[in-house]
Design a protein around this ligand. Structure first.
Ligand SMILES: Cc1cc2nc3c(=O)[nH]c(=O)nc-3n(C[C@H](O)[C@H](O)[C@H](O)COP(=O)(O)O)c2cc1C
Length: 177
């Protein structure tokens, strides 16, 4: 049994990312302890690049905001799922702020073994996810992480545009973990 934390990055409630995340979580809960962290609900400042986390006791951050709660949740996780709408070929700014703040604890204190992706975008372009996947693969390699899998959903602009087939894919992805 794994402890799975889903970092869910859309600010749009009940949108396409939330639908994928809920379906993934229903599947994953069959065999794992699953927690959804909807990052828009937390006040997380971007990293200020001071590098003081390298030398501070426990590698803690100099900023005292809701990231402290997110750190606690992630400290128990062995699997992290990154879920995001595509924004300008990248992930949402809310999610990027959380991920940048993982800079030092990812190396030193967390026990994360594998990560996965749930992504949704409006375009049908074959290259829609290329830049996110390229960054994802570099992160996997750098931190020696296992790829837990991916569900990539194109052609969904408005809330609920997501297809039943993709909802099912997200469920199966969760259930096989
Ligand atoms: C600021 C912004 C940037 C976006 N950039 C892209 C993009 O580069 N490519 C794309 O296909 N869709 C883009 N979209 C559309 C969203 O990815 C799409 O509507 C998605 O379904 C939103 O997911 P959500 O319902 O979970 O918020 C963008 C949307 C916003 C608000």
């Amino acid at each position: 049994m794994s402890k799975i934390v889903i970092l869910s990055g859309s600010p749009r409630k009940n949108g396409n990312t939330d639908i994928l995340v809920d379906s993934f979580a229903s599947g994953a809960k069959e065999h794992n302890d699953v927690e959804i962290v909807s990052v828009h609900d937390y006040h997380v400042n971007p990293c200020v690049g001071c590098n003081s986390c390298f030398s501070r006791e426990g590698n803690t951050c100099c900023q005292d905001d809701d990231m402290m709660t997110v750190y606690e949740k992630l400290s128990e996780a062995d699997t992290v799922i990154i879920a995001s709408p595509v924004y300008f070929y990248g992930i949402s700014a809310q999610l990027k702020a959380v991920i940048d703040r993982l800079h030092t604890p990812m190396r030193n204190s967390f026990h994360i073994k594998r990560i996965g992706l749930l992504l949704v975008g409006a375009a049908e372009l074959p290259e829609l996810f290329d830049s996110i996947i390229s960054q994802y693969n570099l992160v996997l390699r750098f931190f020696h992480l296992e790829d837990a899998g991916k569900v990539l959903m194109r052609g969904a602009r408005e809330r609920g545009d997501i297809t039943e087939k993709d909802i099912q894919k997200a469920f199966c992805f969760g259930r096989q973990l």
